[in-house]
Ligand binder design. Structure first.
Ligand SMILES: Nc1ncnc2c1ncn2[C@@H]1O[C@H](COP(=O)(O)OP(=O)(O)OP(=O)(O)O)[C@@H](O)[C@H]1O
Ligand SMILES: [Mg+2]
Length: 591
């Protein structure tokens, strides 16, 4: 228990760097809250004298005492207001700075991280966890600290009224502290579970919205809904466990102070009857105990709030602490006058989550793409072509060997420089919800109008001019309003507009008809004479247009040469080409 107690403080302590600017206001908020409570605690002190003088029959002290009590009440109200005003805004700054840090980290983390983490988990961290931390900082932390201090001060005051009475009261409240410690251990577990489950639920919603067409077309809407509902039910039952744990501690927090008051009242009346204590002191004692009731009762809620903030903080730092192994070199090199020589030297690669000993996907790939040359990469499906292209821009890092550009290891280049040297286009073209122009100029926002025009021409994306607002037409999320082939052409224009020295194209023409593809290929070959190109190809026609062809088989390049050469020399090549041919014919029939 002790461990998890220090653990909570240590975890929350990590918020300090983000909360630095907000801390002065937050701590002033704590002081204002304590001041309000202290004024409330001062009232019984006056009551003591007032009652005693009333009992003794004197009325002259009445008016000034009442006036003073009124003043104390007003001061209390003022400090409550002051606390609220102080803590209203600082939390929002903390939330914003944490959210920025999280977003930056997510952008920086490698693809391997995103392969592993469901998007909903990241979304729930960025949204609900951070807003919980904000609320806790400006409300939970302030009240929890202030209330704890008030309770301690209040207990000391009770002891000064009468030591024995104070002791009885204190002993009677010990079960609260025990219950609090026990509660912390239990609640931590369910709070974590609930936050993780809501992340999973967010993932499910995201997937369902994203894949709504697939679900609808397969008539699986009801199935998806039932999956969602069973996950939601799970979350509900975790929430119920949380609520039960809180209800339990509330029981202690409400019942035990009543019991303590009852016991000390018996003892107090006895002490007054014995003449050991004045009536005024007895009244003041109970008035003080009553002031302590709300801070004590609120502890249950504030403790659970604090534990939820701890969990949220842990979940935030799980992302922030994720190690990024794909980082910029300490002493970066520069390719000053890039020629565009791309070499794969004995490249080996195994996905991090593939554990088996023979799980290597690439087992010594050697490939040299000369400056200005275009090389088609072909191989059976699943042989690792996409992976090989992803290695060239360090979306993943090689696990053996090296990839060099003009002889410089890609790991010795700053990532930003590397990614200006190489531009990629993928089969699965992701577009962002902004204008066509912004999508094309993503990799080169300062490109001239001329560059933009040329990129559109090469990619055969002239259709964009005919969209309702031309190049300024906003295309929907992921470019849903465009056809697959249109999306691919915008993505290709994006790669071309980046004006890279090396273009890596992972089958970016698969959705185009053969004629359009031939036009794109032709433009690529003629306009981009100086651009090195590595093109993953799924069509014999694409293959034939390339200067050379590389055949990827069993994790290595087993044949390299012109299409004609390979047709003669490699049986596997003939096999792959025939299967691509069949695929192409099937597609053409379907067109
Ligand atoms: N993140 C990952 N973790 C583990 N294995 C993966 C991961 N991504 C891909 N793979 C596996 O690696 C292999 C190669 O995939 P890759 O996408 O490179 O094939 P490909 O040659 O491009 O295939 P296709 O021609 O169908 O596009 C496949 O067996 C795939 O299942
Ligand atoms: Mg692929």
């Amino acid at each position: 228990m002790q461990n998890s107690e220090t653990g909570t403080v240590r975890v929350l302590w990590r918020l300090v760097p983000y909360a630095k600017k907000a801390l002065p206001r937050i701590f002033l908020g704590v002081f204002a809250a304590i001041a309000a409570h202290l004024f409330a605690l001062a009232i019984p002190q006056l009551l003591q004298g007032l009652v005693n003088s009333l009992v003794e029959g004197g009325l002259e002290a009445l008016l000034p005492a009442v006036g003073f009590i009124l003043l104390l009440g007003l001061l209390e109200a003022f400090f409550v207001l002051l606390r609220r005003w102080l803590v209203l805004t600082p939390g929002t700054h903390v939330e914003a700075s944490m959210r920025n840090a999280l977003y930056e980290k997510l952008q920086d983390l490698p693809v391997a991280f995103h392969d592993r983490w469901p998007s909903g988990q990241l979304l729930s961290r960025a949204v609900s966890d951070l807003s919980l931390i904000r609320r806790w900082l400006s409300f939970g932390f302030v009240l929890f600290t202030a209330n704890l201090i008030t309770i301690i001060v209040g207990l000391v005051i009770l002891f000064t009224f009468n030591f024995w009475l104070g002791l009885i009261f204190f002993v009677a409240t010990i079960p609260i502290w025990v219950a609090g410690f026990l509660f912390e251990g239990k609640y931590n577990v369910v709070a974590r579970l609930s936050q993780d489950q809501s992340g999973d639920l967010a993932t499910r919603v995201e997937e369902a919205v994203h894949g709504v067409r697939v679900l609808k077309s397969f008539g699986r809407g009801a199935f998806a809904a039932s999956q969602f509902s069973s996950q939601a039910t799970e979350l509900r039952s975790t929430e119920m466990k949380k609520a039960k744990a809180v209800a339990n501690i509330w029981l202690y927090l409400i019942m035990i102070p009543e019991l303590a008051i009852g016991l000390s009242m018996l003892a107090g009346i006895w002490l007054v009857a014995e003449g050991e204590m004045s009536v005024g002191t007895l009244v003041a004692f109970f008035a003080t105990a009553m002031v302590l009731r709300w801070p004590t009762e609120s502890l249950g809620f504030l403790l659970s709030f604090t534990l939820e903030a701890r969990t949220a903080t842990e979940r935030f730092f799980e992302v922030i602490d994720s190690e990024n192994k794909i980082v910029d070199p300490v002493a970066p090199q520069v390719v000053s006058e890039p020629k565009g020589l791309l070499e794969f030297n004995n490249v080996r690669f195994q996905f991090p989550d593939v554990q088996s000993a023979d799980g290597e996907l690439l087992r010594g790939v050697n490939l040299r793409v000369e400056p200005g040359q275009s090389v088609a990469l072909i191989g059976l499906t699943g042989c690792g072509k996409t992976t090989l292209t992803a290695l060239s821009t360090r979306l993943y890092d090689v696990t053996g060997g090296s990839i060099t550009i003009d002889g410089v290891d890609t790991r010795d280049l700053r990532r930003e420089e590397l990614r200006t040297l190489i531009a990629m286009a993928f089969e699965d073209a992701t577009l962002f919800s902004s204008s066509v122009r912004e999508n094309i100029l993503l990799g080169n926002p300062t490109a001239t109008e001329e560059d933009l025009k040329q990129a559109i021409e090469i990619a055969q994306a002239q259709f964009a001019y005919d969209l309702p607002n031309g190049l300024d037409t906003t295309i929907g999320e992921e470019g849903l309003s465009l056809s697959g082939g249109q999306r691919q052409r915008i993505a290709l224009a994006r790669a071309v507009a980046a004006k890279p020295k090396i273009l890596v194209l992972d089958d970016p023409l698969s959705a185009l008809d053969v004629d359009t593809e031939a036009m794109v290929e032709d433009a690529l070959r003629h306009v981009l004479k100086d651009t090195t190109a590595l093109i993953v190809a799924h069509r014999p026609s694409t293959v034939m247009l390339a200067d050379k062809v590389a055949l990827l088989q069993d994790g290595t390049i087993t044949a390299f040469g012109t299409h004609q050469e390979l047709l003669k020399s490699s049986e596997h090549y003939r096999y792959v080409i025939t299967s691509l041919d069949i695929e192409q014919k099937e597609r053409e029939v379907n067109l």
